[in-house]
Design a protein around this ligand. Structure first.
Ligand SMILES: [Zn+2]
Ligand SMILES: [Zn+2]
Length: 132
């Protein structure tokens, strides 16, 4: 039974999280400062603000790289997890397991047979043996 339509997410998704959590942390500390006037909290905020800004810059840069990769001939293979993203480490890369992938065309009823059917796709991690 195929359950998911899997993708290999790009690390800009992780940086989105980091950025969002950073902003949440700022908001929480600002609320604390407002209620306590505690100079220690103020000092924490002074350290945190530039950090959160830098994380935002890193996130924006990663997002731009992702946009550039969308024009790559291999883009679909990155998304499918057959290849590592070009701006991520090759070392330790494992093709994404697609054993449980659903077929967009046959299981979901979207897309076209030519472009979206993955029924005959061999899992990059488990190969022919388990795909059979
Ligand atoms: Zn697999
Ligand atoms: Zn199919």
């Amino acid at each position: 039974m195929r359950r998911i339509i899997g993708i290999q997410t790009h690390h800009s998704v992780n940086l989105d999280d980091a950025s969002r959590f950073g902003v949440n942390m700022l908001t929480a500390l600002e609320a604390t400062l407002k209620r306590t006037g505690d100079p220690e909290i103020e000092a924490l905020l002074d350290e945190l603000r530039p950090l959160v800004r830098q994380i935002g810059v890193a996130r924006t840069a990663a997002g731009l790289r992702l946009k550039m990769h969308q024009r790559d001939a291999d883009f679909k293979r990155y998304v499918d997890g057959d290849l590592p993203w070009p701006d991520e480490l090759e070392e330790g890369f494992l093709p994404r397991c697609s054993c449980d992938d659903r077929c967009l065309f046959h299981d979901v009823g979207r897309g076209t047979f030519e472009d979206d059917c993955n029924c005959d796709r061999v899992c990059g991690q488990h190969g022919e043996a388990e795909a059979a």
